[in-house]
Design a protein around this ligand. Sequence first.
Ligand SMILES: [Ca+2]
Length: 119
Amino acid sequence: MAARRQPVEFEDFLPLMAERLGEKGLMEELCNGFRLLMDPRWGLITFDSLKRNAALLGLEALGDDELRAMLREGDADGDGALSQWEFCVLMVRLSPDLMDAPRRWMDDAFRQAFGAAGL
Ligand SMILES: [Ca+2]
């Protein structure tokens, strides 16, 4: 069988996790994902720490170029590494199907808060 190498779509990753974990678990899992991928010396995801730990998140199929692209894509402040905030924003941004989920969680939270206060 010819091993035709498919480019990995980052966004395939989140809906799968959302299905497994549910919406609430997903945000927690994103932060856990950050801790798995980060370099503990810096508290940041660097290219090296990403490459070393990618398999933990099922991302081992990503090549160096794709890992670099992922870092570049998420690096909002240009320091060459991903902070926890940059990582979570990146994961949500890369998953267009889930873009309305955070809004829905907010709505539910507001409804619960106001409902509980009898407003
Ligand atoms: Ca950064």
